[in-house]
Write a protein that binds this ligand. Structure first.
Ligand code: HGY
Ligand code: MN
Ligand code: MN
Length: 434
């Protein structure tokens, strides 16, 4: 279909360094939280780069950003992309690598003058992280559901800013970019991302062909006790909410992960009220993140959360509430697209292995809509969601080259399937015509 296209690795590495300055932190990470000024600046920078090349830029009501070759609106594109929002104390590659590599693919095709023959479109999903406004993968889920989050008017961040006004301000920050409806037909989806774990580096493998993603659940915990005087209230009269939370979390930390190597249990946030040094905590809250490849095991962990909180709430005269605020079941990616990735890596001379993703990604939201899969590259010591996150330039370039070739392979495979459909008249598994 096309002579061997080669991405411009220098341009990609330079772009990653440029975008890392947007929300850049003194320790070399980024703080570019969803719908923040920094997120808007990064979206705007990419939109300007695209517009200056004559590409078509649109954004939907969830502030997902799309970049396409003009004149191809009538087709079902192969969508490639990732996210630009970050953790509050995040790394410069999580999301940004996949986003900028996707743009590098678009630019490489445009530079080669092939942009009118390839139905490829770039997406920057909004609020993948879910740290400022839970849950994560908010933009891609809105795209897949065709609707905005139900609590968009009531959900507020830590400073009391409503999600609705922050999304509106993000859209308004790009007045030259038209706002389109949520969702559209796509032929396939590919996402490049850093592994955020230690496997590829430990096994010295250059490319991960991600075949599935483990499940994730998030919870709000609220323990209700009674405040009182720190000096005069004896133990027998205390209804200490924080004591209940600490005893529960200590037991859960000591059981969940030690019991099962695949289980993940993380408490990322806790808070107390009235938060006074000499007043017994009346309320203790926490956010819990659990992960596992098996839905049944996630159910087991959730039951253990509930029973453990209830046990210590009873013994401390408190009440405990556990609310599930995010549930991302485990999912398999499309084997044909996974093969496109493996074939691309081998064609390019990279070592490659199939693997499960420990992190969730926007590809999870998209995979029910169209054949999807992900490409991983190693990151130093498997560190991510940390300002020390680092990916060697050679691995950034290998990932982007594999994204380009995988996308071309997917287009060829989908076109071939379409031809077969036309000849035999029956609908095949992997997506439909472009
Ligand atoms: O939390 C996650 O798994 C993703 O990296 N945001
Ligand atoms: Mn990410
Ligand atoms: Mn992340």
């Amino acid at each position: 279909m096309t002579k061997r296209l080669r991405i411009d690795g220098e341009r990609l590495v330079r772009r990653i360094a440029e975008f890392a300055t947007i929300g850049g932190t003194a320790a070399g990470g980024v703080n570019r939280q969803a719908f923040s000024m920094e997120d808007r600046e990064a979206r705007g920078k990419l939109a300007d780069l695209a517009l200056s090349r004559g590409l078509k830029v649109t954004q939907d009501q969830a502030a997902n950003l799309f970049i396409a070759f003009p004149g191809r609106e009538h087709e079902k594109p192969v969508l490639i992309g990732s996210h630009l929002d970050s953790q509050p104390s995040g790394g410069r590659f999580d999301g940004a690598l996949g986003s900028l590599a996707a743009f590098e693919v678009i630019e490489t095709i445009a530079d080669a003058g092939l942009d009118y023959s390839l139905p490829i479109e770039l997406v920057i999903w909004s609020n993948e992280e879910g740290s400022r406004y839970a849950p994560g993968t908010m933009g891609s889920r809105a795209f897949a559901d065709g609707s905005l989050p139900k609590d968009i008017e009531t959900l507020k961040d830590g400073e009391g800013k409503p999600l609705s006004s922050e999304i509106a301000a993000t859209l308004a920050a790009l007045p030259e970019v038209s706002v389109v409806g949520l969702g559209k037909p796509i032929a396939a989806y590919l996402e490049l991302h850093i592994e955020q774990g230690p496997i590829l580096e430990a096994e010295n493998v250059e490319i991960g062909a991600v075949s599935s993603i483990q499940g994730t659940r998030w919870f709000d915990v609220r323990i209700q006790g009674e405040t009182g005087h720190a000096g005069t209230t004896p133990l027998t009269s205390r209804r200490d909410a924080l004591a209940t939370l600490i005893q529960s979390l200590a037991e859960l930390q000591a059981t969940i992960m030690p019991r099962d190597a695949d289980a993940r249990f993380t408490v990322g946030r806790i808070a107390v009220e009235p938060a006074s040094i000499n007043a017994i905590p009346a309320v203790a809250t926490a956010n819990i993140d659990i992960r596992h490849p098996s839905t049944e095991y996630l159910d087991t962990i959730e039951e253990l959360l509930q029973s453990t909180l209830n046990k210590y709430a009873r013994s401390n005269g408190c009440t405990a509430h556990l609310d599930r605020i995010f549930d991302m079941p485990p999912a398999e990616f499309d084997p044909e697209i996974v093969s496109c990735i493996e074939e691309a890596a081998i064609e390019l001379g990279f070592s490659v292995k199939r693997m499960v993703s420990g992190a969730f990604h926007d590809a999870l939201s998209v995979q029910p809509l169209a054949p999807s899969a992900m490409i991983f590259v190693p990151c130093r010591n498997g560190i991510s969601h940390n300002e020390k996150e680092f990916v060697e330039p050679v691995n950034c370039v290998a990932g982007a080259a594999t994204l380009l070739q995988s996308t071309l392979n997917a287009i060829t495979k989908i076109a071939r399937l379409h031809e077969t459909e036309v000849q035999t008249g029956n609908q095949k598994k992997m997506g439909t015509a472009l």
